[in-house]
Design a protein around this ligand. Sequence first.
Ligand code: AMP
Ligand code: MG
Length: 485
Amino acid sequence: MNNLSSPSQQYLNLPNQFYSHVTPTPLIQPQLLHLNTATANLINFDHSDDTNKQVLDHLCGNTLPNHIQPIAMVYAGHQFGHYVPQLGDGRAMLLGGVAHEGKYWELQLKGAGPTPYSRNSDGRAVLRSSIREYLCSAAMHGLGIPTTHALSLVGSSQPVYRETVETAAVVMRVAPSFIRFGSFEYFFYRGQADAVRTLADHVIQHHYPELEQQTNKYPAFLQQVVISTAKLMAHWQAVGFAHGVMNTDNMSILGLTLDYGPFGFLDEYNPGYICNHTDQTGRYAFDQQPDIGAWNLTRLAQALTPLMSMEEAKTALAIYPAHFASHYINLMCAKLGVAADKSAVPVIMQLLHIMQANHIDYTLFMRQLAHFNSATDALNAPLRDLFIDRDAFELWAHQYRALLQAQHSIDSIRAEQMNRVNPKYILRNYLAENAIVAARDHDDTSEIDKLMTLLQSPYDEHPEFEAYAAMPPDWAKHISVSCSS
Ligand code: AMP
Ligand code: MG
């Protein structure tokens, strides 16, 4: 790696009970399908010569600089509510870290072959799921939502066997840390309290250094994770993102969106939306996410009990609902272009209610709401006509207008503010699907390229790509995304 030479290793400095050394398995006929130059700049990765064979080999793990010793991180986790004592990076390999402009980033290959934690799987990732992870990391970052980043997408002719034969791909992921709630659970359930402490100290030292001097640093650390998770859940709910597999092994200790699998963005506003078709009970349905966030934090708190009293753990957890609510209300008020105030809550709730009842496209409507005219009803006909129940819209519009007037809101200023928080472009499943089909079946990465442009600046107008902001086509309703990846 052209700049992975700095000695500022973090996770790799932990004792070896936290990982296993691994070696990437070479990929047949690797091909660089895309490189995210914004991510490259974050880590000062020299991308001026992305046709260089050595760069390509490094990006998929076919060769690595001598000093790099890849490892797979060990963790456990609650999957669909059940504790699984041994998980770990089954197909991810941590290469080490780089420091750039005062920030520290760890680099991970995903899909570079089996590890001791692969549980009889191949350690590979199919091109389809790799494209989705690559695009969605950029989309979330573009939306301003905490996430891991993706540097590169390398395709290959390597066959992988899922429901059908597909080809393998490798994504290079970048994040300050890939430590999960499940990393703590692994040691807690094995009775290794010392290791829980070592890991907590590690995370505090590198990611919450301001807590180091506190007498109660462990409860304070848990509180920080509670807050960052509450914020993340608020972001997901406000933007209409469903993760799909909120197991504790997929929960970042830094409150980042992590491990993109069968995720989905809402088309029409449907709180019960289940994006993962293997989630038969809807445990991870869209509207369950805030509660699941709390449930997962409780599992983390339990794993941290060797470091704090039960009272301290409970006190830290207790702040979650208020933090979630205040972040969510702030984000929703911004989406409606109103000042964050209790009086806005019924207006938000009523809007969500009528959107659900009328099957209104969430992203499209919120973007169009910037055009709401608070003086002349007749000018709101394009918004009203989206609703089957026009009276319901009128009634709501009346409430919204009253709120705007009470806040002395000015339409033109409000419109401009709303356009900065209501995305025009989101990664709808069908858009990802089109990019996958083009790349996989026609060797055409131009759709990936277009989507990257739109998703990296989703609040801007891109007049030449108006179609990408339209209602999803009918066939999109039948796309089903499986966990198989
Ligand atoms: P995920 O749902 O992708 O977060 O995966 C759950 C667990 O299964 C993680 O420990 C993964 O590393 C592992 N895993 C998933 N797919 C594979 C695969 N193809 N090969 C090896 N391990 C895998
Ligand atoms: Mg995972």
